[in-house]
Design a protein around this ligand. Structure first.
Ligand code: UT7
Length: 338
């Protein structure tokens, strides 16, 4: 019998502390009006000193496991997509594994910036399709606030912190992850990057130690142009692989970077506004977390229904981009106990 996979759980980890556009007006030469009109962002959540990448990831994992009503001991694999981990090692995935008591799980991180959750979903899906694993927890988490120059108005207004988790389970005879599609282009990697200050320099005994904190650098306009081409490419390719057309999609859930990008792509592809899922106004760009957080928010707003066909589309640093077409059938077991 065909082995398929379905998403059975979704969870969120969002810091409590809210930073408004008005708060940013006090830090850099910007205005609420500029930020709203250029990005659609109104607020973002930022970690406090006692919070971390792993803490948010753990919170989202516990939420997703509760949603699916799964015993952590039954999870086979945890994949965390992040580009802002607390440590080079241990991985965030291992910290999640230990904290939630997933005593039988393998765990690793992968890095594909804002497309990370699509990469993690694809890898997790493959492990299920081959019959290797039955339950895979995938998490997207980023704390870009720790890697931003809070004096650079080009970048500090865009990002928020957060984590979003999806639980994938084997589903005999029924594959609800209808397709996945991944791409990369390292030749344009310099357009958005965070250099690793420790490994870039100094060379021990050769260079002078330099205590420089390296921040996120971005060519915003170039990334904007990249995004409005990458989203249609990924969406069209993923639809083709799923044997559906773009008009068959009930909901487009793109990476939440900028409302203007979402609207412009929807306009180009003739996708009606009621099919667009967006929470960028409330949480900003949460990078690898943004797609699962948008799903989580949409479910709270009763936007995604059982059997909805959803297109998840990511783009970001690397450069990377990709998409997955899924059928949504999960229900929150805490609300609907069997
Ligand atoms: O996950 C992927 C992450 N990256 C992205 O999603 C970035 C994609 N790009 C964008 O979202 C947009 O390019 C931005 C929102 C970053 C910028 O919007 P834009 O319409 O492309 O503005 P721009 O970069 O062309 O800058 C226009 C002006 C410039 O001033 P001058 O040179 O015309 O005098 C900027 O210096 O706006 C200025 N500016 C700001 N003004 C007030 C840039 N940032 C700000 C700011 N407040 N925060």
């Amino acid at each position: 019998m065909l082995i398929g996979a379905r998403i059975t759980g979704v969870g969120a980890g969002i810091p409590k502390s809210v930073v408004t556009n008005y708060d940013l007006e006090k830090l850099v030469d910007t205005s609420d009006e500029w930020i709203r009109s250029r990005t659609g962002i109104i607020t973002r959540h930022i970690v406090q000193e006692n919070e971390s990448n792993a803490k948010l990831a753990i919170e989202s994992a516990i939420d997703a496991i509760g949603y699916a009503d799964v015993n952590p001991c039954d999870i086979d694999l945890i994949i965390v997509a992040t580009s802002t981990p607390d440590n080079l090692y241990p991985s965030t995935a291992c910290l999640v594994q230990g904290a939630i008591g997933a005593s039988n799980a393998a765990a690793f991180d992968l890095e594909a910036a804002c497309t990370g959750i699509i990469y993690a979903l694809t890898v997790g899906h493959q492990f299920i399709l081959t019959g290797t694993y039955k339950k895979v927890l995938v998490i997207g988490v980023d704390v870009h606030s720790r890697f931003l120059d809070w004096e650079d108005r080009n970048t500090c207004i865009l990002f928020g912190d957060g984590a979003g988790a999806l639980l994938l389970e084997q589903s005999p005879g029924d594959n609800e992850i209808l397709s996945t599609y991944l791409r990369s282009d390292g030749s344009r990697g310099h357009l958005i990057c965070i250099p690793n200050s420790n490994s870039s320099f100094p060379r021990e005994g050769i260079d002078q130690p330099v205590a420089v904190k390296r921040f996120l650098k971005m060519n915003g306009r170039a990334i904007y142009e990249f995004a409005i081409n990458a989203i249609p490419d990924a969406l069209n390719e993923a639809c083709q692989k799923a044997n559906i057309s773009v008009s068959d999609i009930d909901y487009l859930i793109p990476h939440q970077a900028n409302q203007r990008i979402i609207d412009s792509v929807a306009n180009k592809l003739k996708i009606e506004s009621h099919k667009l899922i967006s929470n960028v106004a409330e949480v900003g760009n949460t990078s690898a977390a943004s797609i699962p957080l948008a799903i989580w928010q949409a479910l709270k707003n009763n936007q995604i229904k059982t059997n909805s066909i959803c297109a998840l589309v990511g783009f970001g640093g690397g450069l990377t981009w990709g998409a997955s077409i899924i059928k949504w059938t999960a229900t929150d077991k805490r609300l609907n106990p069997i």
